[in-house]
Design a protein around this ligand. Structure first.
Ligand code: KG4
Ligand code: ZN
Length: 374
């Protein structure tokens, strides 16, 4: 065999091991048939993900996780008709475990294999269960490693509107939670603490929301969370110095509420700018931070009537359902990997190009509109 064979339909097995979730799923024309997510808890005591521990844990779990997904789907290994796997971006050691497992499985059974880009899969996560979560839309992908604001005229064509210049949103949640003495992952911890506190008691900056910026300025749609993270850490340090550890502990709910409000003010404002710029009136959220309940409330209320697609919580954080789903779509289009497929921690987003007059357009868009208002 010199290449993986072509896909001719049938159940697709998806594998995800890019970070600290070991996950497998089976998707067919009927939808999601089986799905197992094993979230590694071995990292909690280190306050962050330890790449080597993640890779070893994937190795230990993956067989069982795949068996679980196939069992839930009621499918024997022989009945799998195609395989999709996250090839990047992610932690190299972690990616290699899933990728080599998938390659071996596909090669031994003469099945088609397709490489999946992790962030493209986050884009598709909504459409696993919501048939109408289809382009055109503005997408905000907010995860532990990425913050991307995209215009998506159709699947496979992604116009980059804005991105973070330093930390990703989820990364900021995780690091700030640590300076507040909260656990890992920090996003859910900050959300929980913020529910007991009030924004505005302390003040944190809203980065890159300068009122003097205008459309076309480089900073109009970009993000930066590193300064906000430092400001939150300095605030916590100051409180500890003045009021001791117990004073800081008492202030954490108000600090968490203010930090969360600062992040959400920025995310909502930039998304509104993206809607204005593109003429879209639909927004799709993806990535782990999209689990945040306050974020969902604010996006639902503050987008001026634009339609909002939010993934179910289980499909917002890392999962293989989105991998299997995008893999099946790509296999149906005839895409597939070569035998020399390798993991790439910096795998480029396929189809990503800058937004603007140079973006590739379809005939219907050449009149100037790049997003229908449907
Ligand atoms: O998409 P994801 O599972 O993994 C990556 O691809 O990075 O996202 C993980 C990130 C973590 O930074 C985590 O703190 C954040 O999502 N997160 C949240 C919430 N749940 C998870 N951030 C804010 N609020 C949440 N409820
Ligand atoms: Zn992810």
């Amino acid at each position: 065999m010199t290449a993986f064979p072509r896909y001719v339909g049938g159940p697709v097995l998806g594998i995800e091991t890019s970070c600290d979730e070991t996950s497998a799923a089976v998707v067919s024309a009927a939808g999601l048939l089986g799905h197992v997510i094993f979230s590694q808890d071995a990292h909690e005591r280190y306050g962050g993900i330890v790449p080597e521990i993640a890779a070893r844990a994937h190795l230990r779990q993956l067989d069982d996780v795949v068996a679980g997904a196939l069992g839930e789907a009621g499918i024997a290994p022989d009945e799998v008709a195609g395989v999709g796997v996250t090839a990047g971006p992610g932690l190299i050691g972690a990616l290699l475990v899933g990728l080599n497992w998938a390659k071996g499985f596909a090669y031994a059974r003469a099945l088609p294999l397709v490489a999946v880009h992790h962030m493209e899969a986050h884009l598709y996560a909504n459409s696993v269960e919501a048939a109408d979560a289809e382009p055109p839309f503005v997408a905000l992908l907010i995860s532990g490693g990425h913050t991307l604001l995209l215009h998506v005229p159709e699947w496979g064509r992604y116009h980059l509107l804005g991105e973070t210049r330093d930390d990703a949103v989820g990364e900021a949640f995780d690091k700030v939670a640590r300076t507040f003495g909260l656990g890992f992952p920090g996003g859910p911890e900050i959300e929980r603490a913020a529910r007991e506190g009030r924004a505005g008691v302390h003040h944190l900056p809203r980065p890159m929301l300068s009122s003097t910026d205008a459309p076309g300025d480089a900073a109009w749609l970009d993000f930066s969370f590193s300064g906000l993270k430092t400001a939150a850490a300095l605030l916590a340090e100051d409180l500890r110095a003045k009021q001791g550890a117990s004073g800081l502990e008492e202030a954490v709910p108000d600090l968490a509420a203010e930090f969360q409000a600062a992040v959400l003010d920025v995310l909502v404002a930039k998304t509104r700018r993206a809607l204005e710029l593109t003429g879209c009136n639909r927004v799709l959220l993806g990535g782990g931070v999209a689990r945040n309940g306050r974020l969902r409330e604010r996006f639902a209320a503050e987008l001026g009537g634009a339609r909002l697609h939010v993934p179910p919580p289980r499909l917002a954080t890392d999962n293989a359902a989105m991998i299997a789903h995008v893999a099946r779509r790509h296999l149906l289009l005839g895409q597939q990997a070569r035998l020399d497929l390798n993991a790439d921690p910096a795998y480029p987003f396929p189809g990503l190009e800058p937004y603007g007059p140079t973006s590739s357009t379809t005939p219907s868009e050449r009149g100037g509109t790049v997003c229908t208002r449907s």
